[in-house]
Design a protein around this ligand. Structure first.
Ligand code: AMP
Length: 125
């Protein structure tokens, strides 16, 4: 079910459990501000999720409440993950779903990194 990105943060969500180490993930990167792991249901040969360590529901919530160090750290982490995975050439797609119309399923901000083949048009027609 898609989530309402305006609701308060719910720390029982699956990515909060991954951050607390309560459930495993296929980790590819971590630093003080971010954790990255492979998506459990990949939509492309490379499908990585990057999440901030702080309790933010969505991009909207993060951009409104996170401090400058958290925002800089998270944005830099997304770039570092893509570079370390060798994706800069021939390229990759970043995607962040916010709210029900985008079909956000997990109410903890995550950026999808998709790569590994030509990804086609931005949206299904
Ligand atoms: P979204 O629709 O943008 O909220 O995307 C949620 C993503 O989280 C989907 O691509 C799921 O496949 C992925 N996902 C859900 N549970 C897990 C998990 N335990 N480990 C890794 N990825 C997950």
């Amino acid at each position: 079910m898609a989530v309402d990105a305006t609701l308060p943060y719910d720390d029982s969500n699956i990515f909060a459990k991954i951050l607390r180490g309560e459930i495993p993930c296929a980790k590819v990167y971590e630093d003080d501000h971010a954790l990255a792991f492979n998506d459990i249901n990949p939509q492309a040969p490379t499908h990585i999720l990057v999440i901030p360590r702080g309790p933010y529901v969505s991009w909207d919530d993060f951009s409104a409440r996170a401090d400058d160090a958290e925002i800089a750290g998270f944005i830099r982490a997304v770039g570092a993950v893509a570079r370390e995975a060798g994706l800069v050439e021939p390229g990759y797609r970043l995607l962040a779903n916010v709210g029900p119309h985008s079909h956000q399923e997990v109410p903890h901000l995550h950026v999808h990194i998709l790569a590994g083949r030509p990804l086609g048009p931005m949206l299904a027609k």
